[in-house]
Design a protein around this ligand. Sequence first.
Ligand code: AMP
Length: 285
Amino acid sequence: MNVFNKVSTLKEFVNNCKFSKKTIGFVPTMGALHEGHLTLIRQSKKENDITICSIFVNPTQFNNAIDLKHYPIKHTEDKALLEGVECDILFLPSVEEMYPSGIENKNLVGFLFGDIEKQLEGAFRPGHFNGVGIVVSKLFHMVNPDKAYFGLKDLQQFLIIRKMTKELSFGIEVIGVPTVREEDGLAMSSRNLRLTSDERAKAPFIYEVISEMKNKINHSQAPKEVLDWGIQKFQKNTSFHLEYLEIVNTSDLKPVEPYQTPNAYAIVIAAHLGKVRLIDNLLIE
Ligand code: AMP
């Protein structure tokens, strides 16, 4: 695997690929890689000639300086994992390389995604999707992939990037990959590394509750009833601080009441466990 730190080296490589008509699959990440990320890489390997993974902890998408400061960095382990799945290229730029004019607001071009960014993650992490939009569009211009792979674990991010890619005519196929979970159901996340062992043991509660909610929805229980049940479960479990729990339409992420077949829905959740903010979702199709 080649590791590129410079945009110029990456672009030269990409140009050569285009010249020799090789297709490029792209997997953007923030590192501290786990099986979820590796699943995206494996899918890209299957569907493209060349797979490029990027690792960049993007400062412009963090609205919480403590979260950014504590974001795990594991470049040595990450490289070994990427070698293991035979990733072709790792793009590992510095903040200065990605943002040569700095990351001050006045230096940045901004994104507005309309209604889809206003709820859920967007409501609790102001500016988050603007930062995601900026970094993903920069990376798309640098990597110029045929296909780009994103986890459905970050459902709102996936929907926003898919919209941005279409509206800005990037000509890239954005592919959503199902959430990879630990054996006990906890959605894999780089942030899980920050859980204490006691918190890690409690964390699967999130999946247990949303799975039972999905079960109730499949048995035609009304959304409000199912939601009240889920919220009560969290009110009784004082280890968690629930930020949001909703049953939403996957078209606009607005709450569903009542169900309207044949629409697709999702149960979406964000909860704090100790100092760690965990998100998850289950699709109901
Ligand atoms: P991150 O490094 O957390 O920014 O994630 C990089 C990519 O991996 C994003 O598209 C995520 O949605 C995806 N991802 C993270 N965790 C998982 C998971 N458990 N299953 C599938 N994809 C994931």
